[in-house]
Write a protein that binds this ligand. Structure first.
Ligand code: FE
Ligand code: FE
Ligand code: MG
Length: 167
């Protein structure tokens, strides 16, 4: 990394790298969870939900890309082996074993809520210490907040539909 760019980081770089790699690992798990869920999904509104899941998969992959770039800039190495993703990630991987649309929505909402917590923490830790990572975390956080809302809105529509059919 550029030497001056590293000098201005006012916190322990190993601690920073640990947090960046944790978020990086979570993004790959989120990517796969969305990507596979979109293929397996079954039930009402599945096409609308699959489209959103696919879009989110693409966006999670873009987050992994942003984090990898920052990890390399700071002089670290992104988690080298997918096996390491589980250990590094603060958010769990929820396998889409039950393809019902409502189950997939609930799993991915939980994932987004974990992501929101993760980026909020990354912002708290880097505030006034590493402005570049702080700004990166804000950019990603904005999208995770949007993701949560998109999924909760689909969940609400699904509940209304199911209620109507049951009447
Ligand atoms: Fe993400
Ligand atoms: Fe997300
Ligand atoms: Mg969306």
């Amino acid at each position: 990394m550029g030497t001056r760019g590293r000098e201005i980081i006012g916190m322990n770089v190993d601690e920073l790298l640990k947090l960046l790699n944790a978020a990086y690992a979570s993004e790959w798990l989120a990517y796969y969870q969305y990507w596979l869920g979109a293929k397996l999904i079954k039930g009402p509104m599945k096409d609308a939900v699959a489209a959103e899941l696919n879009l989110h998969a693409t966006e999670e992959l873009a987050h992994a890309q942003l984090l990898a770039t920052r990890i390399l800039q700071v002089g670290g190495t992104p988690v080298l082996d997918p096996k390491g993703w589980f250990e590094a990630s603060p958010c769990k991987y929820d396998s889409p074993a039950d393809p019902y649309v409502g189950t997939l929505l609930a799993q991915n909402i939980a994932g987004e809520q974990c992501a929101i917590t993760t980026y909020k923490q990354l912002m708290d830790v880097t505030k006034d210490k590493d402005m570049v990572t702080y700004n990166l975390a804000l950019t990603i956080l904005e999208q995770e907040v949007e993701h949560e809302e998109d999924l909760q809105s689909l969940q609400e529509d699904l509940e209304l539909l199911v209620k109507r059919v049951a009447r």
